[in-house]
Design a protein around this ligand. Sequence first.
Ligand SMILES: [Zn+2]
Length: 479
Amino acid sequence: MLKLQTETQTNMPTTIKTGSATITSFGAAEGVTGSKHLLEIGGKKLLLDCGLFQGNRKLSRELNSHFPPQVLAVDAVILSHAHIDHSGALPSLIKAGFTNPIYSTAATRDLCEIMLEDAAYIQEQDARFLAKKESPAPEPIYTAENAAEAMQHFITKDYNTWFEPVEGVKVRFIEAGHILGSTQVEIEYQENGATKRLGFTGDLGRKGLPILKDPAQLTNLDVLITESTYALREHDDLLTIEDELLAVVEKTAKRGGKIIIPAFSVERTQEIVYVLHQLRVEGRLKFDLPIYVDSPLAVNATEVFKKHRDDYDSKTYADFMEKGEGPFTMNGLVYIRDAEKSKALNQLNYPMIIISASGMCEAGRILHHLRNNISDPKNTVLIVGFQAENTLGRRLVDKLPEVKIFGIPVVRKCEVVVLNAFSGHAGASELFNNVKNSGAKKVFCVHGEPTSTAGFVEKIQNELHLEAQVLHTGETTTI
Ligand SMILES: [Zn+2]
C-alpha cells in the first residue's frame, strides 16, 4: 500500500474521481474586486488570483482584514496579472503565514513588486489617517515589509509552457492581452483516466490595444471560468483612438490650454504615451507640446515595460523597435518622480500634456493638477478610463460646474472630453465569442457587476445552450 502510494506520487498523474474537483470563490464572484477562486483538485488546492477588495473604504477594509482558512491552506497561488484587485491581497496572505509559491509571468512579477509596495504605502497611510479617529489605532492591513516578503515567494513561468505547481495538475499561461504580463490560465488533470481541461480568463483583454499582443483563444476546454465585466456592453472602436486623441490635443493647444489626463499608472499611461509618440513620428501632431508623466508609480511601471520587450506585439516592433527606438522615450517627454518638480508644473503657463494618477482622481498628484487647471476654459480634462460612481473622476465626466477638491469647492470651466475606447477589457461580443470558441460545456461566470454576470449566464444558456452559472461567494460548486 505504502509502495503504491509512493509510486503514484512520483511517476503517475493523480487520477481523481469524477465530480471530486470543486471551485469556491472568495472574491470577484458577485462583484469586480477581490478576485480569489479556490480550485480543489484531487485533494490539492490552487488559488487563482489573490486580489484586494476595493471601493467603499469601510467595507473593503473589513473584507481585506481577514482570510477564510481555506484560502490560507492553499498549496500554490496562480496569478493571472498584476492589477491590485487580482494581486493586492498577496502581502496579507504572507502576513497570515502563507509560505507556498506564487506563480506568475516575469512581467507580472516585476509589476507586482512596484504595485504591491505602492499598495502597502496606501494601507499604511490609511491606518495613520484612521488612527486620528479610532481608538485603539488600527494596524495597516499590511506593510511594505509584508509586500517585500511576498516577492520572495514568486516563481516566474514563460507563456505557453506547462508546469506542475502541485502533483497531478498541469498549468500553462496563455496571453490575455489585458495589461503587460497578463495571462489566461489553462489547467489539465486526469479524472477517471481521462484528461480534463479547465480554463480561466483572468481579465480578458482586447484585440488591437497598443503595445500588447492580442488575447489568445483557449480551445478544447471542458470547463471555463470567465470574467464578465463588460458582458453586456460593447466598447468604442479602437481604430479611431489616434484621431480622437489628436483632435483633443490640437483643439486645446490652439487655444493655448493644457491637457490634463488622469490615468492609471500601469498600462493606460504607457498606452497614451505610445499613441502620442506614434502621432509625433507620423508627423500628425503639429504642436510641439511637452508631455509630462507625473506619477512615481507610472515612472517605475514604464521601466518595467522597457524591460519586457518580448511581451510587445508585432506592431510595437514595426512602429518603433525595428527602427532602433523605444515607444516610451522621445524629445519633450519628461518623467517626473520628484514632488517639487511636480509642483513646479503649476507655475508653467503654456500648452502641455500632463498625464498623472490616480486614474479616478481620488488621490495622488492629479488632484493638484485638477485644482490648478479646471477653472480655466482654455484647458481640457481628458478622461481615458472607467470612473466609478462617487469619485471626482465621475463628477468630471458628469460635467458638474463645481467640484470639491481637497474638500474645497472649485469652479469647473475647462472642457471635459471622454474617450471610452481605451478599455483593457473585452467587450460583449469578444467575451461571448471567447466562450463559444473555447469548446467548454460548462461555464462559470465571475468578475462582473451582478446584472452583467447574470445577463451573461442567461445569454450563454440561451444562445450557446451550455451549462452556465454564477458563483456565490464562499459557496463550493462541483466543476
Ligand atoms: Zn485587470
